[in-house]
Design a binder for this molecule. Structure first.
Ligand SMILES: *Cc1c(COP(=O)(O)O)cnc(C)c1O
Length: 390
């Protein structure tokens, strides 16, 4: 037995290398990767541009310190500001850290306005991470159980429900921010309505609240726009990123704009590794390739194609609730728990995931070809039909 803490129920497979959207295990068997390390491997595996630029960077400089200027992190902050139309970026190393930064920013913003018990509105089925503050913000008891006392200062409402937020606006003077995922990933690929986001933007403006989006999973081109909130045509005050940003090299980011910019001053927050040259080159390369190869358009088109293929293939199957999602964030909800589909799919040479017990989740790399998209459908449809007995 390896000396690993028992934090994951791992599948009995280990990979030795990857190429494009394929992974190869220790037995030499090949798998089509429809999960991308949970929305991380934006450029698939072994992408030539990423390998080249990371190798060059390895030979030049890996880490200095935020005690000095870092050209690569300044360049990346400019790139992110330009594609998001936001003002400032704080770099860290993961999604939960990006959300920690957002939560700290919102609290500091509240205190600067004289609110001594700043409260953040969060949502049911949300997932924001596993640090103490972010698991407290998460809307899933399984993530929280055993880790009480939870961090206070959060109030929870149903997802995508503007009335619940209006009621809080009328009666809770301590609210300083709303934090939510434009598309909930772990929660089951739940897509917020554009109307909801636009109405929420108005409430935040009226109440001086910060509109904070967790785009750790749905950001970086995956939904057919750079960021999922852009489908609603609004601009957030705070946005967090991580997973797909570095194509596998750990990096997280907390972006601020408008009334959320300028809140942090030297000494308020920090990260030893955050924004180091290596991670920033991985992110810059990811953004460059997405742009050069028009991968955002690819995500939109391929996502539609896969969803249509799944709908056609599963049409009439009893036990299918819905095929949904946006771009390459795809959920297939069944009427029963279906985690055993993960193992069956693995045996069939396809890597998928199941979340919220009943939702098959697909998060393929953005570089996936049409043929590979069709292959996902061809493998998955019969597996799901057989599982449902339909
Ligand atoms: C994965 C995820 C996180 C946590 O990211 P880590 O890098 O695992 O800390 C936070 N928010 C969302 C929406 C996520 O999908």
């Amino acid at each position: 037995m390896p000396h690993l803490m028992n934090t994951y129920g791992r599948l009995p497979v280990a990979f030795t290398h990857g190429q494009g959207c394929r992974l190869f295990d220790t037995e030499g068997k090949s798998y089509l990767d429809a999960l991308a390390g949970i929305a991380v491997n934006t450029l698939g595996h072994n992408h030539p541009s990423l390998v080249k630029r990371l190798s060059e960077q390895f030979g030049r400089l890996i880490h200095t310190s935020n005690l000095y200027r870092i050209n690569e992190s300044e360049a990346l902050s400019d790139r992110l500001a330009s594609i998001s139309r936001m003002d400032e970026v704080f770099f860290c190393n993961s999604g939960c850290e990006a959300n920690e930064a957002a939560i700290k920013l919102a609290r500091l913003y509240g205190h600067q306005q004289g609110i001594e018990q700043p409260t953040i509105i969060v949502m049911e089925q949300a997932f924001h991470g596993r640090t103490l503050a972010t698991l407290s913000a998460t809307g899933n008891r399984k993530v929280q159980a055993g880790f009480e006392p939870l961090v206070s200062g959060f109030v929870r409402v149903p997802y995508d429900d503007i009335d619940a937020i209006e009621q809080l606006a009328a009666r809770n003077p301590n609210v300083v921010a709303v934090l939510f995922e434009p598309i909930q990933g772990e929660g089951g690929i739940n897509v917020a309505h554009s109307d909801f986001m636009r109405s929420l933007r108005l409430i935040c403006d009226q109440k001086n609240w910060l509109f904070m989006v967790d785009e750790v999973q749905c950001g970086i081109g995956r939904t057919g726009l750079w960021f999922a909130h852009q489908h609603a045509g609004i601009l957030p005050d705070v946005m967090t990123l991580a997973k797909g940003l570095g194509s596998g090299v750990p990096i997280g980011a907390c972006l601020a704009s408008g009334r959320a910019s300028g809140v942090f001053k030297p000494g308020n927050h920090g990260s030893t590794f955050g924004g180091n040259p290596l991670a920033c080159v991985a992110a810059l390369t990811t953004l460059d390739v997405i742009e050069a190869d028009e991968l955002i358009l690819r995500a939109a088109k391929l996502g539609d194609m896969i969803r249509q293929g799944l709908r056609d293939g599963l049409d009439g199957a009893s036990g299918l609730v819905e095929v949904r999602g946006s771009g390459l964030m795809i959920g297939i909800e069944l009427d029963r728990p279906c985690t055993e589909l993960i193992q069956r799919s693995l045996e069939a040479g396809l890597l998928i995931n199941v979340t919220a017990d009943k939702v098959v989740r697909l998060l393929p790399p953005l570089v996936m070809s049409d043929a590979e998209g069709q292959e996902i459908v061809a493998i998955l449809v019969p597996l799901i039909k057989k599982f449902l007995g339909a």
